[in-house]
Design a binder for this molecule. Structure first.
Ligand code: SF4
Length: 360
């Protein structure tokens, strides 16, 4: 499906929407007032492939931490703020690149106007983030429960508050932990407005269950051309979200960079401990520095079908009885004793990294 055309907004030097590549976001789980810990986590997120980061701003101390965080952060930073317009004003003053804030919850109109005046001067986008779990009572009553239509109406109410002040640097998210609900809400929103959409499944769960929910929810929308930036939400260290996000983009052909490991499911022909081999290769691949081009590695169970099945891999190995094959682009380049297979493959990977590692 062609991607839905949306307006572009800029978070620091990163463009979201307007046909730009889909941006991977995450959120720190450090105390934002702990500047060093927050910066360390931002660096770890960036190393993993995150492109924009959000920090929670709970109080004035956190808002004042923004100055040093944005100055030293390797990624553009968004402040997540609820209700208190003064925190938004401080964050903007301290150099924040984006806000996540629901303007309808700020209260008096003059407060909204003050925030809009501040963001307008610096062209700072605001993400309106509606969560199914915190829909207004009036909306729940009007729509007789939590519905996609109610979520969209809630977002539109917030959007209109900003539009009434002449501001349109807006992004929108409509997250729910229920995948069919979020799918319906995003589809409806995408038909209604052309603001860029931040797509995610909220409270997705732990790595195992959350990964599947996120892949299905985010992946389905992206496959329909909906979504300009994504967040995979998993309980725990946010760094673990990034490989999942990258993989979702890769399998949909929306991102070519990065490392891809393919391995066969094993069958009656398999005569090597393939699971262990694949584990060891995966560990190696997860520690690689950024590359200037994609790398696909295959770990296959047999010499009969392995190289052919993994023809598009840059290189790989195929196990056999007491021996195995090393192959490049589906061509066999060496027959090796079983115990030399893994070292030979790892050497190929190291050589590739030396030739194609990005200068950092
Ligand atoms: Fe079976 Fe070989 Fe295919 Fe693996 S590559 S599933 S061992 S036929």
């Amino acid at each position: 499906m062609p991607r839905k055309q949306t307006k572009a907004v800029k978070i620091g030097n990163v463009t979201i929407g307007g046909g730009a590549p889909i941006v991977i976001q995450s959120m720190t789980n450090t105390d934002t007032r702990d500047i060093e810990a927050t910066l360390r986590q931002i660096e770890a997120l960036a190393r993993a492939g995150c492109e924009v980061v959000r920090v929670a701003v709970l109080d004035q101390d956190a808002a004042y931490s923004i100055k040093e965080i944005t100055a030293k952060s390797v990624l553009p930073v968004i402040a997540d703020i609820h209700f208190d317009y003064r925190l938004a004003l401080i964050a903007v003053e301290q150099g924040i690149h984006g806000l996540r804030l629901n303007p309808g919850n700020i209260g008096a109109r003059w407060k909204v106007q003050e925030v809009v005046r501040a963001v307008k001067e610096r062209e700072i986008p605001i993400r309106i983030g509606v969560n199914a779990g915190s829909l207004d009572k009036e909306i729940r009553e009007k729509f007789q429960g939590i519905t996609a239509e109610g979520m969209v109406e809630s977002a539109l109410n917030h959007i209109h508050v900003l539009e009434d002040e002449g501001y349109d640097k807006i992004k929108v998210s409509l997250k729910a932990s229920d995948v069919p609900l979020m799918l319906k809400a995003y589809r409806l929103m995408s038909e209604t407005v052309d603001y860029p959409l931040h797509v995610g499944v909220t409270e997705a769960g732990t790595v195992r269950s959350g990964l599947v929910k996120s892949a299905v929810g985010i992946g389905t929308l992206l496959a329909e051309g909906i979504g300009d930036t994504i967040r995979v939400s998993l309980t725990g260290d946010p760094v673990q979200e990034i490989p999942v996000a990258l993989q979702i983009l890769r399998v949909l052909g929306l991102r070519e960079s990065g490392v891809d490991l393919i391995s066969c499911p094993t069958c009656g022909r398999t005569q090597v401990n393939l699971a262990e081999l694949a584990d060891q290769v995966e560990t190696k691949l997860s520690s690689l520095p950024p590359l200037d081009r994609p790398l696909k590695v295959a770990v296959m169970g047999c010499a009969v079908n392995g190289p052919g099945e993994a023809r598009e891999a840059d290189f790989g190995i195929a196990g056999g009885k007491g021996m195995g094959l090393l192959f490049r682009k589906g061509e066999i380049v060496a027959h090796l004793p079983e115990n030399e297979l893994l070292p030979a493959l790892l050497k190929e990977i190291e050589d590739y990294v030396r030739d194609h590692g990005k200068d950092e």
